[in-house]
Write a protein that binds this ligand. Structure first.
Ligand SMILES: [Zn+2]
Ligand SMILES: [Zn+2]
Ligand SMILES: [Zn+2]
Length: 269
């Protein structure tokens, strides 16, 4: 009996269905007005919308971030409902799709739970002032129920652990749920957060490109993090047009792959 075996009367782990909605950097790939090989590639894996993932659990749908491409992403994923949004930070490529949740409000006749740090909420209040003001128009506006991040919390039976990281000077949050963690847009991870990222089956993490960037982890930096944390599978995301899907994957270790739009897998929770 291995150390990992469970007693026969314990329940099998519940599965979280993970869909990468967008695997691209803030400008997306192809990048506007660019004629580079990756932007001109015919490989569908080289078409990357702005970064977000969808988590399905027990009939509930949770997205991490609302990218400017959220409407097309939701159409492609045949998303029928939306129950919660977790925000990593308030950069435009992570928040600008918030207005597109309105059809889910209408269909579900209820507000959608939003989890974000105080700092992120402050930007949302500025960028989407009309959502937070008393309604002065007949137009529909997104209806949200605000929750300020303050440590781990329960969401529809899932334990969600926010993981603080640095994105240049900005503090952002990754999230761990069971054996999955999503850590986009970071340049460094503090030691206390590293401890929250051990023993993962799936780690989805920022790897913008090979060339150094002040705000983002590079392929080599993220590979070093994978060696340190030893997840069973690592998926690179927030990818720019420097990285062609096939040629980059050919150079990566077997347990590390570039994520791509519509990638799906299950993670135990
Ligand atoms: Zn970003
Ligand atoms: Zn390009
Ligand atoms: Zn960012």
């Amino acid at each position: 009996m291995s150390a990992e075996s469970r007693p026969s009367d314990s329940k099998p782990p519940q599965q979280l269905r993970v869909t990468v909605l967008g695997s691209g950097t803030s400008m997306g790939v192809p990048t506007l007005a660019c004629r580079c090989a990756v932007c001109c590639s015919n490989d569908p894996h080289d078409k990357r919308t702005r970064p977000s993932i969808l988590l399905m659990y027990s009939g509930r749908a949770i997205v991490i971030d609302t990218s400017p491409d959220v409407r097309q992403q939701a159409l492609h994923a045949h998303l029928e409902r939306l129950d919660a949004i977790l925000y990593t930070h308030a950069h435009a490529d992570h928040i600008l799709g918030l207005d597109d949740i309105r059809p889910f409000n209408a269909k579900q006749r209820s507000p959608i739970a939003v989890y974000a740090s105080q700092q992120t909420l402050a930007v949302l209040r500025r960028a989407f002032a009309y959502i937070f003001e008393p309604q002065t128009t007949e137009s529909s506006i997104p209806q949200i129920e605000i929750h300020t991040l303050d440590g781990a919390f329960d969401l529809f039976g899932l334990r969600v652990i926010p993981i603080p990281a640095q994105h240049g000077p900005l503090t952002v949050h990754g999230f761990r749920i069971g054996s999955l963690a999503y850590l986009t847009d970071f340049s460094s991870v503090p030691p206390a957060s590293l401890e929250l990222l051990r023993g993962l089956d799936h780690l989805i993490l920022d790897a913008l490109r090979y060339t150094p960037h002040p705000m983002h982890s590079t392929v080599d930096q993220s590979l070093a993090l994978v060696r340190e944390l030893k997840p069973r599978h690592a998926w690179f995301t927030h990818i720019c047009h420097d990285l062609g899907h096939e040629e980059t994957n050919a150079k990566l270790p077997a347990n590390v792959r570039l994520a791509y739009d519509a990638l799906q897998f299950e993670a135990a929770v």
